[in-house]
Design a protein around this ligand. Structure first.
Ligand code: KIV
Ligand code: ZN
Length: 529
């Protein structure tokens, strides 16, 4: 291995999850955490426990399940209540870290915190010392460090290291830095903070100017030894530095950087696919390392060159990042063992019941579809990763569409109650189904997002539908897959309505309603219970 080891700190489950539309439930977070462990990530920032009970629960469960393999980290503001919640969430992790932060730039001091420099130092030192009572591994981040006066930044870093910080992270919170600027900041800290050797310097770069990866690498050149990053570059606004890009740059240019990581690079593409499937954030085709085109040579001259000698036009081998093209999976006779192995390969860690459910779904799909791809299996499993209770089940649906009025009839059952049937009209068959579901559940909703995509190739491909609805000012998401996109849409919408139903805590089904009062404009049909 070349030179020093760079600590890879993954924040997909914290900063990544803050990207609009990327929120994950606890089951989904556990699957991502499991894939990150297999990838060989050193530190997993599992969440911000004080932010919500869901965040707390996810950190708590990830700490219990994976805290003996990777270091599990929880974020906290420099407040006693935040730090207490982080301690509680991490209690069962063998390897644990608390990450405390406080903004230091003049803009944040004056406008957000209304605190002077001394107050910032006192609060940061107090927070680090408090966290240190719980574990030895403490990270401190002076938020907006890249826009903080250098001498003040040095003072904050020096004092927090003296208080016990073992990693000092230098966030470019707003993606303002450029590579040479960020290099100078890190170099300045190395040269001017007397106790800097007692801590690891970390980078945390946002991608607002498209420079997050370049800035992270510049920091490594200046002496940083931890990189904070996310799978597929997810994160606030334009995202964070992409893990797969920093890791492959370090590996491919080991001659230049003279450092290494512990990442199992052949897990990069499977992990990217898993995160993309779970979050619904598609990876652009020409994305470096994990995009569909990353290893596709189109120009004849390139193809010819690669056939003669790969290195003419390839600086990395596709297999080194786990890229295997469109994987044709097992047919329905392949058997349970082969299926189980494939699911593991794809990065999922399922319980026996979940595995049985996944296998049943796979067999049902293999009956309908000639070829089942990895992406199909991923989508099938992913569509079941919900921890929301689902009182209402879709028993059947029927739609009719054409140049006359589209209509839908649905039969739903709530727990052990009798099956309820109702119908509605809409702008199209999917709209009509949505209206009919709302009528049966008596749950007016506003459709805010509707996304449909083909999971794999061919006319018989699985279709995936994701929806976001608004019920009484709260947003609920649903997703489902089927070879029939109307069925997928119905189940996705029903999943979102079920979440709203659970949040409303209604006791018993209230039956059909007369006319929709939700946010959409389409008319309702007659109830036919
Ligand atoms: O971007 C940022 O500054 C952060 C901190 C909490 C580290 O995410
Ligand atoms: Zn950030």
């Amino acid at each position: 291995m070349t030179g020093d080891q760079i600590v890879i700190f993954d924040t997909t489950l914290r900063d990544g999850e803050q990207s609009p539309g990327c929120s994950m439930n606890t089951k989904e977070k556990l699957e991502v955490a499991s894939a990150l462990v297999e990838l060989g990530v050193d530190v997993i920032e599992a969440g911000f426990p004080i932010a919500s009970p869901g965040d707390f629960e996810a950190v708590h469960q990830i700490a219990a399940r994976f805290g003996d393999r990777s270091t599990i980290c929880a974020l906290a503001r420099s407040l006693d209540a935040d730090i207490a919640r982080a301690k509680e969430a991490l209690a069962s992790a063998e390897k644990r870290r608390i990450h405390v932060f406080l903004a230091t730039s003049a803009i944040h001091r004056e406008h957000k915190l209304k605190m002077d420099k001394q107050q910032i130092i006192d609060k940061a030192v107090e927070a680090v010392a408090n966290a240190k009572e719980f574990c030895d591994d403490i990270e401190f981040s002076p938020e907006d460090a890249a826009r903080t006066e250098l001498d003040f930044l040095c003072e904050v870093v020096e004092k927090t290291i003296a208080a016990g910080a073992t990693t000092v992270n230098i966030p470019d919170t707003v993606g303002y830095a450029t590579p040479s600027h960020y290099f100078k900041v890190i170099r300045y800290l190395k040269e001017n903070v007397s106790n800097i050797e007692d801590a690891i310097i970390s980078t945390h770069c946002h991608n607002d100017l498209g420079l997050a990866v370049a800035n992270s690498l510049a920091a490594v050149e200046a002496g940083a030894r931890q990189i904070e990053c996310t799978i597929n570059g997810l994160g606030e606004r334009a995202g964070n530095a992409a893990l797969e890009e920093v890791v492959m740059a370090i590996r491919t240019r080991a001659d230049y950087y003279n450092v290494h990581t512990k990442i199992q690079t052949e897990r990069l593409v499977p992990t990217s696919d898993l995160v993309s499937s779970i979050t619904g954030m598609k990876v652009q085709r020409n994305k470096a390392i994990v995009g569909q085109n990353a290893f596709a040579h189109e120009a004849g001259i390139h193809q010819h060159g690669v056939l003669q000698e790969r290195s003419t036009y390839e600086i990395m081998r596709p297999e080194d990042v786990g890229y295997v093209g469109q994987n044709l999976v097992l047919g329905k006779h392949s058997g349970r063992h082969a299926f189980r192995d494939r699911v593991k390969e794809l990065g999922f860690e399922l319980s026996d019941d979940e595995m049985q459910q996944a296998f049943d779904d796979f067999i049902a799909l293999a009956d309908k579809k000639k070829e089942v791809y990895d992406s199909d299996i991923r989508a099938l499993i992913d569509s079941r990763l919900t921890d929301a209770p689902a009182r209402w089940k879709l028993i059947s649906f029927h739609t009719s569409a054409g140049s006359s009025v589209p209509t839908a009839t649905v039969e739903l059952q709530c727990e052990d109650e009798p099956v309820v049937c109702d119908a509605a009209i809409g702008d199209g068959p999917i709209d009509a189904v949505f209206w009919a579901l709302e009528r049966v559940m008596d749950m007016p909703a506003k459709l805010e997002e509707f996304d449909v995509r083909s999971v794999s190739q061919g006319k018989d491909a699985l279709g995936e539908v994701r929806v976001a609805i608004n019920v009484l000012g709260r947003k609920y998401q649903g997703k489902s897959v089927s070879t029939d996109i109307i069925e997928a849409a119905a189940n996705a919408y029903l999943q979102a309505l079920n979440k709203a139903d659970a949040a409303a805590g209604r006791d018993a089904p209230t039956g059909g309603r007369d006319a929709p009062t939700g946010g959409r404009d389409a008319p309702a049909g007659e109830g036919v219970e």
